[in-house]
Design a protein around this ligand. Sequence first.
Ligand SMILES: *Cc1c(COP(=O)(O)O)cnc(C)c1O
Length: 436
Amino acid sequence: MNYYSINKISPTVDFRTATINGLAPDKGLYFPEFIPTWSKDFINNLSGLDKTTIGVEIMRPYVGNAIPDNVLKEIMHETLAFDFPLTQIDENIHCLELFHGPTLAFKDLGARFLSRCIGYFAREKNEKIIILVATSGDTGGAVADGFYNVPGTEVIILYPSGKVSEVQEKQLTALGGNIHALEVEGDFDDCQRLVKMAFADSELHNYGMLTSANSINISRWLSQQVYYALALAQWKEKSAPVISVPSGNFGNICAGLVAQRSGLPVKQFIAACNSNDVFTRYLETGVYNPLDSVQTISNAMDVGDPSNFIRILELFNGDYELIKKHITSYSYTDKATASTIAEVYKNKNIILDPHTAVAYAAMNAWQREHQHDKGIILGTAHPLKFAPVVEKIINQSIPMPENLEEMMKKTKKSTLIQPTYSIAKQEIINILGNSN
Ligand SMILES: *Cc1c(COP(=O)(O)O)cnc(C)c1O
């Protein structure tokens, strides 16, 4: 499989190069040259297959010759080493729980798959690969955990001091080993600026291959298709489900749409959004009008101009009517999200995180108009990740899962730096010089 840049200027590349580059040199997102069709046998037998087999079957055509089969199998086995249960919330709504991984959110799968692919690429050519990430909290944790102890890789994370939650900070700073944290006295934009400058600095490229591991990476994006197959593998109903996806950058839902194109039976996708409703308005009006993001309690979806919107356009050849046929969108204010959390807790004794609650509200809206449809919502985060917000709404404390308790006991290890490039660069060189 080859990948082209949506900007159509940079050359077409294979899976390895597209994964290491992240973004094409012309700043376009990569897109696969074709969407493979899954066999009827595979789709009909999903419930009898193990997770690893499902994952390998889905990703093999995308990986092509870049990774041998036995290695891909091992990578997939490690990537999927936790549970993805489909639990029942209502008579007509199930939840695919994607928050049982190490950082309690759905980004674990993509980050783990990416990190292990990069680890293989480093091993294969006996190179060092350096992952430089700026994070506002969540993505960095998933990346740190994914790359932890992967041979041939060094990860340097820049995060804004005092602006991430306690749990998030532990996930960024407590692992040690090949994971290094620079705590920047500034905001997320400072972190991003420093990372951008580091990528442009040819001197740093002498220490190894630099890559960014951000969420637009094809390895992260495409491996999320596995979620949708795992949902269908546990689906007992005869009719195809409607699937509601809490959406921000639209990578997850776009992976679902690709899986559907490959043959996975999904009746309809719902893009569930918070007040950042650029996509909801696009479906209403046909006009895509990006805005600055606004802050909400479902903050992983606070995106005013979703990066993957362009991939949805590419998948549907820009056909607005066709897009509307496949995707419906609803958006909810924080007030509506909070009352959904309160209601579900009161009536069913289930605690939803704010992102999952948005998906639940959207599914309810759909089912009010389509009473016989059965649905799946994607549970993208554990409520504990958003404990301060959720505990206030339900007036109840949330028990901590065991793996997180362990993490919270570890000590934070980070280097506090001023937000100037010369200082950041010196620290990066210190880290890379010491890690040889
Ligand atoms: C990242 C994230 C989302 C949004 O996913 P996209 O692929 O960016 O649309 C939703 N919920 C949680 C908890 C997230 O971390």
